[in-house]
Design a protein around this ligand. Structure first.
Ligand code: ADP
Length: 441
């Protein structure tokens, strides 16, 4: 119980960093598009008096902000500080762009709304409010500079608008820009905070549910193991005195109990891997032996079901640095699935291919195949193909994926409906770089 940590500050930080990265990408792309437009625009064609030098410098500065922000994220600078720096710098850049594209006679101030909206999702209502106030102050400063003739309006629209004679108009213009900008900060700020709260609540209830499941599953293991022992003893001790029907009943009970035990173990192992508490016991392992052992175990069951089991090995000794018992369970899971889903008379083949760096193990069956739209999903927790006749736990492939990826390998399926499936996985011969399994699917 309590293996998973509560949704905390670091989770929120990861999300803020991801949102900031997206905002920086968008900023970078918009700037590149703007730069390309300036370069490509022939002022006579679009009939605007664009000042290319000033706008190119602004585009360059904006690109620089994106690059520095990205670098900061990679270098683990404090995310909140980068967010503040980026949003303040973008607000200044927008104010300059407005000035050099016509001041009060351009629709550019609408971009302030974009920045305020983005800030809400990055820094909440308080951050958005501060950036909104900063935007309207910058805009007021720009209008004042134009009104006082310190840097007159750039007349890109060919409108002979003299700011110094239009004081009232400038005030009205400032109010028209400021009110929506400030309102936007409150609206999007509240929305972003509500979304964040809902998200945190959802994650908290998911954590409580996971912990509860883990506790129940963990407590189930002991009685199931005891039951298994009891059934084994009964089968051994009373086998001679029981009728065939009674024996079959007892064997069925043992089989069901075995499935239950493997479900419990798989859930517990997956939970451990997700919590980063699972360690690989690496050792030089003869993979060919592992395949032979697992296929031999299945041979008798296969014959009973009228299936044929073939093994294609290129060598009898292939040493790989891996956790042998875990990789054995991966092979066993794939073989069990192949048997479970392949009807009577089918053929199941196991192959092993090697290169100097990696080995590839495949389990091929002549079963029903898996629809293309399910081929990725079946590796997710509890995912099963709808309409499948056989029931399972939906955890076997999740377990396989986690174990293979923890070893630095890959697992995938190729399948054709009505023809069969081929599950393959690779393992690096040298072994994984870390022994701690930390995976989330
Ligand atoms: P399960 O315990 O349900 O078999 P798995 O995670 O091992 O769980 O498999 C997920 C789903 O993938 C299965 O329910 C089945 O629908 C599909 N599947 C897996 N292996 C095969 C196979 N060899 N042939 C056809 N379908 C398969």
């Amino acid at each position: 119980m309590g293996e998973k940590s509560a949704p905390n500050i670091s989770d929120t930080h990861v999300e803020e960093a991801r949102d900031l990265r997206n905002a920086l990408w968008v900023g970078g792309f918009v700037t590149l598009a703007l730069g390309a437009m300036i370069l490509a625009s022939d002022p006579r064609l679009i009939a605007l008096n664009i000042p290319p030098l000033e706008l190119s410098l602004i585009a360059g500065a904006s690109l620089l902000i994106s690059i520095v922000g990205m670098y900061g994220l990679r270098a683990h600078w404090p995310v909140r500080a980068i967010s503040w720096g980026t949003m303040i710098a973008y607000t200044l850049i927008i104010s300059l762009t407005i000035h050099f594209t016509g001041g009060p006679v351009t629709p550019m101030p609408a971009v302030y709304l974009l920045i305020v909206g983005a800030t809400s999702f990055l820094m909440g209502k308080r951050g958005a409010s501060i950036i909104a106030v900063f935007s309207v102050i910058c805009y007021a400063a720009m209008l004042l500079i134009e009104y006082n003739g310190i840097s007159p309006i750039t007349d890109i629209w060919h409108i002979d608008f003299k700011a110094e004679n239009r004081g009232y108009l400038l005030i009205i213009n400032w109010i028209t820009v400021s009110v929506p900008t400030l309102m936007m900060s409150q609206l999007t700020g509240s929305l972003a905070e509500r979304l964040q709260r809902t998200n945190l609540n959802l994650r908290e209830s998911e954590r409580v549910r996971d912990n509860l499941t883990h506790m129940i599953v963990h407590d189930l293991r002991n009685p199931i193991t005891a039951l298994m022992g009891g059934l084994d003893v009964l089968l051994m001790a009373l086998s001679d005195k029981m009728s065939d029907d009674e024996k079959r009943l007892l064997q069925n009970a043992r089989h069901s109990n075995k499935i239950l035990l493997s479900l419990v173990n798989e859930i517990l192992d997956i939970n451990k891997m997700e919590a980063g508490k699972f360690r690989l016991n690496l050792a030089s392992t003869n993979i060919a032996d592992l395949i032979i052992q697992n296929t031999e175990t299945m041979q008798a069951a296969a014959e009973l079901e009228g299936q044929r089991l073939e093994v294609g090995l290129t060598s009898t000794e292939i040493l790989v640095n891996c956790d042998g018992p875990l990789i054995g369970r991966v092979i066993a899971n794939l073989l069990t699935n192949a048997f479970k889903y392949t009807p009577e008379g089918g053929v199941i083949t196991t192959t092993l291919e090697t290169t100097p760096e990696v080995i590839t193990i495949s389990v091929i069956d002549t079963g029903p195949g898996i629809p293309a739209e399910h081929q990725q999903r079946i590796f997710e927790k509890f995912a099963q193909v709808q309409g499948s006749q056989k029931r399972g736990t939906g955890l076997g492939l999740t377990f396989c994926k986690m174990v293979v990826e923890a070893h630095g390998g890959k697992i995938w399926v190729e399948s054709e409906l009505g023809k069969g499936s081929k599950f393959s996985f690779t393992l690096p011969i040298a072994g994984p770089s870390s022994t701690v399994v930390e995976a989330r699917i």
